[in-house]
Design a protein around this ligand. Structure first.
Ligand SMILES: Cc1ncc(C[n+]2csc(CCOP(=O)(O)OP(=O)(O)O)c2C)c(N)n1
Ligand code: SF4
Length: 342
């Protein structure tokens, strides 16, 4: 169990989570907003700072632990998920947050990510998706769209990109959500929900890299297009979008279609516990250039309850200790069959 203390007793503020480090992100980077929202939500969680750990891999986003006045580790490329798993297995009382980029988590760290998700450690993953490698100065990443011209794809990427949330749901993640750097209110709400979820929470955050991939998510964040292009999911509410929520989503068999909300009598009602519908929602992923494309969903796609790895592990250890006693590591390593070579 993570150690929670009544918030009134703790009296922490966002400033308590700010460090004395100079921030080395480029001016205008979306990482600043994400850092600010995380720092402002932390005091609400009722967790003492010494029980919070931020673990990152390598990348611009992975500098995050330096800027959080908590414990932390700027670790190995793609391996934050593995290191966090080890920490949570041995110190289940800690609140563990993984910060990773799309390159870090989906290229070199893709394997570790899916195994963490299926194991369902009670940790939170913040996946900063900027559809580019920022730190190494602008190579394409596994989420860059086909045709993307970058330093490593001078005539356009021919790779088919990952759909991160479809991938994570496929790995049986127990909490899958999406937010964006430019919507602080929504991002704070998703951070709170991620913390409340017992099991691995995967929050993808669209993050603008204004130096190497500026405007990648512009249609979802800018005033002129946001309402037409985004769909904010709310539990128990119909899927509505458009300037004045005049459009809705309805299912035609298994096919989602856009309808006029006023004349529709069977709008899709969002249920975060419905895996089949969540799988369909992750596939609302076409580019804006596609005719009749569906809006991009934001919010919690899916949430379910499954035992956490560290709990089952502790139970197994207890059963083994009760049956065989506490054991002795030296004796175990020496074993019964020892040879002396002379
Ligand atoms: C083993 C290893 N391989 C490659 C690199 C080079 N490298 C550093 S960060 C990075 C990708 C960063 O991209 P992303 O995870 O999207 O983070 P961002 O910088 O965009 O926040 C790469 C390939 C490395 N540091 N270590
Ligand atoms: S390179 Fe991009 S992601 Fe990295 S700090 Fe600069 S703007 Fe942010």
């Amino acid at each position: 169990m993570e150690t929670k203390i009544e918030t009134a007793e703790l009296k922490l503020t966002a400033k308590d989570f700010v460090t004395d480090q100079d921030i080395r992100w480029c001016p205008g980077c979306g990482d600043y907003s994400i850092l600010k929202q995380v720092q402002s939500v932390m005091p609400e969680l009722g967790i003492p700072r010494e029980n919070i750990v931020f673990i990152s891999g390598i990348g611009c986003s992975s500098r995050f632990p330096y800027y959080m006045e908590t414990f932390g580790m700027h670790s190995i490329h793609g391996r934050a998920t593995a290191i966090a798993s080890g920490l949570k297995a041995t110190r289940p009382e800690l609140s563990v947050w993984i910060v990773t980029g799309d390159g870090d988590s989906l290229s070199i760290g893709g394997n570790h990510l899916i195994h963490l998700l299926r194991r369902n450690f009670n940790v939170n993953i913040l996946l900063f998706n900027n559809e580019i490698y920022g730190l190494t100065k602008g190579q394409y990443s596994p989420t860059s769209p086909q045709g993307k011209i970058t330093k490593s794809t001078p005539v356009g990427s021919i790779d088919h990109p990952f759909n991160p949330l479809a991938l994570c749901l496929g790995a049986d993640a127990t909490f899958v959500a999406r937010s964006m750097d430019r919507d602080p209110v929504h991002l704070r709400e998703m951070l709170r929900k991620a913390d409340q979820h017992k099991g691995t929470s995967l929050l993808e955050i669209y993050q603008n890299c204004n130096v190497f991939n500026d405007g990648a998510f512009e249609i979802f964040t800018e005033k002129g297009s946001k309402k037409q292009e985004t769909l904010f999911l709310e539990q128990g509410k119909p899927l509505l979008f458009g300037q004045n929520n005049e459009k809705g989503i309805q299912l035609d068999g298994l096919k989602p279609i856009v309808v006029e909300a006023a004349s529709a009598n069977n709008l899709w009602i969002h249920d975060v516990h419905d895996l089949s519908k969540a799988a369909l929602l992750t596939r609302f992923f076409e580019g804006a250039e596609t005719e009749n494309h569906l809006p991009r969903p934001f919010g919690i796609f899916y949430e379910t309850d499954r035992p956490c790895y560290e709990e089952v592990l502790q139970e197994q250890i207890e059963i083994a200790v009760n049956a065989k006693g506490k054991g002795n590591l030296d004796a175990l390593l020496s074993g019964n069959n020892v040879w002396t070579i002379s």
